[in-house]
Ligand binder design. Structure first.
Ligand SMILES: [Zn+2]
Length: 405
């Protein structure tokens, strides 16, 4: 095992060091120093899951191939790999779902074969775990170690054990349920969704099912529905990313464009940098800061001597979020510059459709219609935008075909 690598990230895909994450479960006994007495309980499960990830760890050359594939997608996934929830889910998606294309060499099953000679019971556990889909659940009741949860789309309920990763009652999350010695255990790579959008999420989950051509995630099997299984984890993770990142800060472009810089009169009272730090910006040094949202750096901020603030956007898509944030955290003058997405769509000028399709648009999170037309989430926003345009029917259909909708 490469000790240096493990210092910087964990075997599960978390960016925390191994010793602070899965390493705590490598030996008998609980992380708090107590000795676990239940051979079918959470502690024993976590130790065996740790051992599975140890088996999987050397297979990272396969993971690299997956990564190359991901990096060709429209979304710049590398920006989110510092998000521990995202990193762990991507890792699990690879080992559980995507690798089904390697047929009987699926890594979890390969681990089962390897461990079989020493521990047939564990081998059977691994085989059972390999069947667990990533799906959306709603918490009905929960305490420190157990929860009663319902599948978001079908309402089917299950009692599970967990390690404290789940949201409270009513919370929606994505996770895999691993059967272990007769009990259901939550895989610790949980994706928690923002509260209050349950209906919209249920609709989006139905769209995922339609996309996959299945009725529900219940009963989805890797050995029967190969193609569906290979894609389902990425679609569920995409749903989480849309809710947690895209809906808040916009969708960054994959291609790097020159960063845009602004200067704002900050009407600083006292130390501007200190004030921004107190509001949550991350200090790089005495005058320079970064505005971040979770793992994403959105803008660099630099307090200039004369009371002005220099703002450099890392992506045009972050513009509305960054200016709202600055408007909320600086004194009045900055508010003048804060742009709010206009409700009334900007109209393409007659004969100017080409320019319009290439110009950044507020309603598309700062993307141009052409950029938005290249990915799923963008196409939905684009369709909504087109439906609000006051154009003749034939102009609309010309525009739609130009954008490949
Ligand atoms: Zn870990």
């Amino acid at each position: 095992m490469d000790a240096v690598k493990l210092k910087n990230s964990c075997i599960c895909g978390n960016t925390a060091p191994y010793a602070e994450c899965c390493g705590r479960y490598s030996k008998p006994g609980l992380p708090d120093g107590n000795i676990g007495s239940d051979p079918a309980g959470r502690e024993a499960f976590r130790r065996d899951l740790h051992d599975l990830y140890m088996y999987l760890f050397p297979l990272r050359n396969l993971y690299q191939a997956y990564w190359e594939r991901l990096s060709q997608e429209e979304y710049p996934h590398h920006l989110l790999m510092a998000d521990p929830e995202y990193g762990r889910a991507v890792m699990a998606n690879f080992f559980w779902d995507y690798s089904v294309q390697f047929s009987d060499a699926r890594p979890v099953l390969r681990a089962a074969r390897d461990v079989e000679v020493k521990n047939i019971r564990l081998a059977n556990d691994f085989r059972e775990w390999s069947l667990a889909p990533l799906w959306l659940w709603r918490v009905l009741e929960i305490d420190a170690t157990r929860a009663h949860i319902a599948m978001l789309d079908t309402g089917r309920t299950v009692r599970v054990e967990h390690g404290g990763e789940l949201p409270g009652p009513g919370g929606v999350f994505a996770g895999r349920i691993l059967t272990y010695r007769g009990r259901e255990q939550m895989h610790p790579a949980i994706l928690t969704f923002p509260a209050g959008h349950e209906e919209a999420l249920r609709d989006r989950l139905r769209a995922v099912c339609r996309d996959l051509g299945i009725k529900s995630g219940a009963g989805l099997r890797p050995d029967v529905q190969c193609e569906e299984w290979r894609r389902h984890g990425a679609l569920v993770l995409g749903l989480w990313r849309e809710s947690v990142y895209d809906a808040r800060v916009g969708i960054p472009a994959r291609t790097m464009a020159a960063s845009r810089s602004f200067r704002l009169p900050a009407a600083a009272r006292g130390d501007l940098a200190r004030q921004l730090r107190a509001d949550g910006a991350v200090a790089l040094d005495a005058t320079r800061l970064e505005l971040r949202y979770r793992a994403l750096t959105l803008a660099r901020l630099e307090a200039e001597n004369d009371g002005w603030l220099r703002v450099t956007l890392l992506d045009e898509a972050y513009c509305p979020y960054v200016f709202h944030w600055l408007g909320d955290h600086l004194d009045a003058p900055a508010r003048v510059h804060a742009s709010t997405p206009s409700e009334r769509a900007q109209l393409p000028e007659a004969g100017g459709l080409n320019e319009w399709t290439r110009a950044p648009h507020d309603a598309l999170g700062g993307e141009s219609p052409l950029e938005a037309s290249r990915h799923d989430f963008g196409r939905r926003r684009l369709s909504a935008l087109l439906s609000r345009l006051e154009l003749q029917g034939d102009a609309i259909s010309a525009l739609r075909s130009h954008l490949g909708l």
